[in-house]
Design a binder for this molecule. Structure first.
Ligand SMILES: [Zn+2]
Length: 456
């Protein structure tokens, strides 16, 4: 009898471990909630938003802010009203705010100017995760050839009504669901005059100690054609910085460089996470990670976030046609110049929005990245022992240890470490591989990985 009970208990215990193992073994599967979300993203809504933003004539940061029909003021009030409409549809879960400030005179604004970011925040549903936020942005200001021309038509359909439309559609769709962590949907201004809006928000977040665990800017995601007319609607570029271009190297960064971790910055870990998650969730789309902060001669709203110490990346179409960006609207020798809706592919923008939503959803469902991740270097051994601080989410299942060749771009091997804070990978030497640790919840949602610092 006793033996029987013992074996039943042992069996059910083993079964529950196996069930947990199975889920965490399938870690990285697409959550059904993410599938529903991406399928609801509508190219029609995205097209309507881009055309509406273009209809304001110009959205130049120095343009008329008082008219109800033309200029940046009319544009932002419309974005605000749309966010408020989504909020009503989601029974008020989406919080709409105007982040308004005065930008003092500078190189591209001879007089001080009011800059307004339109923000919709979807607070996380898990108390332990609510302070962890993921930001997704597009910039609603626009420009033509002369960056100071605030009156001529500056349609900015691709740059960057496409990014704003993607962010707005994500806010509409994602606000119908619950996510553990907080999502911040942002339409910023002043990008073309010097990244004013994003700089203001990122600095404020840094000063207030906000836990911005990831940021994606969507800037120029509208066209699926090369400048010689070929179609490419299956790729998106993801610009991800490795080592930040700082004047003074912090101890943390120095330790990373000393151990060959230059490809394992938090931005690169975020990029790997986005690529793996989004490609699984959006069949047919390939995320091309580019090991670079941004393109030459260009900047974007992820930069102030990187400078503030947050992991941030940039999404941009695979090939740019410079006749359709920052150009006066005109025809020269039969060639049409200007950033017009006719050069946008709304289905393609929807695909990029789905890539974003899949990644953001997976991040916001997953536990936080483990903290204080260390690799023990007390003695010479060919095993690898990692330690970390325990996460505090109630639905945490455990941790997964990952590794790859030092020359590999993506994780190659992993082992589930259960709910422990110290784990040894036998016979795999830290001298020969790059390691990472991520947290896994009971549903199989996985955090991005963290590179370990050496400890004696
Ligand atoms: Zn732009």
């Amino acid at each position: 009898m006793r033996t029987f009970f013992f074996s039943v208990i042992a069996m059910s215990f083993a079964a529950s471990i196996m069930a947990e193992e199975e889920k965490t073994a399938s870690a990285g599967r697409v959550s059904p909630q993410i599938g529903e979300t991406t399928s609801e993203i509508s190219p029609k809504n995205i097209e309507a938003t881009i055309r509406k933003l273009v209809s304001f004539g110009t959205r130049h940061t120095l343009s008329d802010a008082t008219s109800e029909t033309r200029g940046i003021g009319a544009a932002r009030r419309w974005i605000q009203s749309e966010f408020e409409r989504y909020s009503k549809e989601s029974e008020g879960t989406l919080e709409v705010t105007m982040d308004e400030f005065t930008q003092p005179p500078g190189e591209r604004n001879p007089e001080s100017v009011q800059v307004v970011n339109v923000i919709a925040t979807l607070p996380g549903s898990q108390p332990e995760s609510r302070d962890r936020m993921y930001v997704v942005s597009g910039h609603y200001d626009s420009r033509i050839t002369d960056p100071m021309n605030a009156t001529a038509d500056a349609p900015g359909a691709n740059d960057d009504a496409s990014g704003v439309a993607a962010v707005m559609e994500m806010a509409r769709v994602m606000s119908k669901w619950k996510w553990d962590a907080t999502l911040v949907f942002m339409a910023v201004a002043g990008e073309e005059q010097g990244l004013f809006g994003s700089t203001h928000w990122a600095q404020m977040a840094k000063e207030n100690g906000f836990n911005v665990a990831g940021m994606i800017t969507n800037d120029i995601i509208g066209s699926s054609h090369t400048d010689d007319g070929r179609l490419d609607n299956k790729h998106v570029r993801l610009f991800a910085e490795g080592v930040p271009p700082v004047r003074e190297v912090s101890d943390e960064l120095r330790s990373m460089l000393q151990t060959g971790g230059e490809n394992d910055s938090s931005a690169r870990q975020l990029a790997r996470f986005i690529k793996i998650t989004a490609e699984k969730a959006v069949p047919g789309m390939t995320v091309n990670i580019i090991y670079r902060r941004d393109r030459y001669l260009r900047g974007g709203d992820h930069s102030p976030f990187l400078d503030a110490g947050f992991p941030a990346v940039r999404m941009t179409e695979p090939h740019e046609d410079f006749r359709h960006q920052h150009q006066d609207v005109r025809t020269e020798n039969g060639v049409k110049f200007g950033d017009l809706p006719e050069f946008c592919d709304f289905e393609y923008v929807a695909q990029v929005a789905r890539v974003n939503a899949a990644a953001l959803g997976a991040l916001a469902l997953a536990p936080a990245t483990p903290k204080e991740v260390k690799v023990e270097t007390k003695e010479l051994t060919n095993d690898t022992t990692l330690t970390w601080r325990a996460n505090d989410e109630p639905d945490l299942a455990g941790y997964r240890v990952l590794w790859r060749e030092t020359t590999a771009d993506l994780w190659e091997q992993s082992v589930y470490a259960r709910n422990v804070t110290r784990f040894t990978v036998q016979k795999i030497s830290k001298d020969n591989y790059l390691f990472g640790v991520c947290a896994v919840d009971r549903e199989g949602n996985v955090s991005p990985a963290v590179y370990p610092a050496p400890t004696r």
